[in-house]
Design a protein around this ligand. Structure first.
Ligand code: FMN
Ligand code: MN
Length: 448
């Protein structure tokens, strides 16, 4: 497989692996495109490349990192190595800084000032509860005004006009801290939005770290990401981005922004968010637009699964060195499945306790044996059904700290965590071993 260094080489690698779904039938940007992408993600289909988008000449790609197979392709590793790779690249000492270059592919078409018009961009209105057309798959590139360090993040952007967006940024984000750290916190703050990227950059942008997240993308690829200074803003933008929007955030000029499908599977509320004044729109010839379906698998993979599994695994391996973990994309990053070789009968509960303390979000921990596939929800439900006595094998931690957006928590994020020992208790009753049919390569049996 050729090495991945931009969106195009990623799409080619996905196609080679049977993980791309070319959608040739024209789709509407309003709901239909997201419906198709969400259906593909839910049914284990490929990542869609919408080749005919109504009202636009630009194709749209989605779902690049929506399952284990594609996360492995994006990271250039085998599926069982995903957490090892993420653990390595999250280590600041392994970071590789970006490399400034003179030319960027997006310099092919540059529109500035009044010529910059974002209504020409194919922005989907994703979910039926969404408040309009949003950029959800753009990576925000900014710079710490004090240290000069670069920063990547995701901030949803509601299009409000030809040169205007609403910009969602909560109080914990670096962009918010950068703006507030200046002598005049209300002064315009320069950003660039890079769209259509090497998935290494997409993964890095979901990480919370005090380093420049681009150093993580560099660590994934083993070489620094080429970056080029913006046309109208002084930030270093990935040179192989398909599309770049530059602009100024106006922190004190706020307007209603939202709602949008949230990672927990409901819609967020309407915010009074800072606005963005667009200063330039740039694109490579025949660009591919990219979106993330909000509140769906890729959103969770980038924000909650890949960046968090390494610490979770570290915590449980402190107790059991061969334990494995997965944060499944179908439960908002609030659940963890822990897999272990059971020896000491009390240890599953200790592992559940360890998993709960690794990340504040973790609320439900299910501990299973090595014969249960932690990536298959049906297999986990089988273990819950056949290996749990609900009066003996669970414990709850009422009044513990969770995520403030957990729909079961109070406004401060206080909720009840639960640990479930779904391992086989042979000492209670012996049922022999599980029915098992080893998987075969179906292509050797079908279509012959
Ligand atoms: C797809 C996606 C969308 C996100 N949207 C927002 C958002 O609209 N507002 C926000 O404050 N955080 C959002 N986040 C979370 C932050 O972008 C993310 O935590 C990032 O690591 C923050 O970077 P920072 O630590 O440099 O601030 C989103 C995350 C993902 C994965
Ligand atoms: Mn950051």
């Amino acid at each position: 497989m050729a090495s991945i260094h931009n969106l195009r080489t990623f799409i080619a690698a996905l196609e080679e692996a049977g993980q791309l779904a070319r959608v040739r039938r024209p789709v509407s940007l309003v709901h239909e495109l997201a419906d198709v992408a969400a259906t593909l993600a839910r049914s284990g289909g490929g990542a869609p490349l919408f080749e005919a988008v109504q009202g636009s000449n630009w194709p749209i790609f989605a779902g690049g990192i929506a399952n284990q197979k594609r996360a492995a392709i994006a990271l250039g590793c085998a599926e069982p190595e995903i957490i090892d790779v993420m653990a390595r690249v999250l280590e600041p000492a392994n970071g590789i800084p970006p490399v400034p270059v003179e030319s960027a592919v997006w310099q092919a078409n540059v529109r500035t000032g009044a010529d910059a018009d974002v209504t020409q961009l194919p922005l989907p209105t994703h979910s039926r509860g969404d408040g309009g057309a949003f950029i959800t798959g753009g990576v925000i590139v900014s710079k710490d005004p004090v240290t000069g360090r670069g920063n990547l993040s995701y901030n949803r952007m509601l299009r409000t006009g030809p040169r205007g967006f609403g910009f969602n940024v909560n109080e914990w984000r670096h962009v918010r801290q950068f703006m507030d750290s200046r002598p005049d916190p209300a002064a315009p703050f320069p950003i660039a939005v890079a769209i259509g990227l090497d998935p290494a950059i997409m993964i890095a942008a979901g990480v919370r770290t005090d380093e420049d997240e681009l150093t993580i993308a560099g660590a994934i690829r083993g070489q620094g990401v080429p970056v080029r200074r913006g046309v109208t803003v002084d930030v270093d933008i990935p040179a192989e981005a398909e599309i770049v929007i530059e602009g100024l955030v106006h922190p004190a000029q706020t307007s209603p922004e939202g709602p949008l499908a949230e990672f927990h599977g409901y819609h967020g509320e309407l915010w009074d968010s800072p606005t963005v004044e667009v200063t330039a729109v740039c694109w490579r010839d025949a660009p591919i637009f990219q979106t993330i379906i909000p509140g769906w698998y890729e959103h969770i993979y980038i924000g909650n699964v890949l960046p968090r599994e390494p610490l979770l695994r570290k915590f449980v391996r402190h107790i059991n060195p061969t334990a494995n973990v997965h944060i499944p994309p179908y439960s908002n990053g609030f659940s963890a499945i822990v897999q272990m070789r059971r020896d000491n009968p009390g240890q599953p509960k200790n592992l559940a306790l360890a998993a709960m303390t690794a990340h504040v979000n973790i609320k439900n921990v299910i501990v299973v044996d090595e014969d249960v596939n932690i990536y298959d929800p049906a297999d986990v439900l089988w273990a819950l059904t056949n290996r749990v006595d609900w009066s003996l094998d669970i414990f709850t931690v009422p009044g513990s700290q969770g995520h403030e957006m957990d729909p079961t928590a109070n406004q401060r994020g206080v909720h009840t965590k639960i640990g479930i020992d779904a391992t086989y208790k042979r000492e209670r009753r012996e049922y022999g071993s599980r029915v098992s049919y080893p998987p075969v390569d179906l292509s050797e049996y079908l279509n012959q």
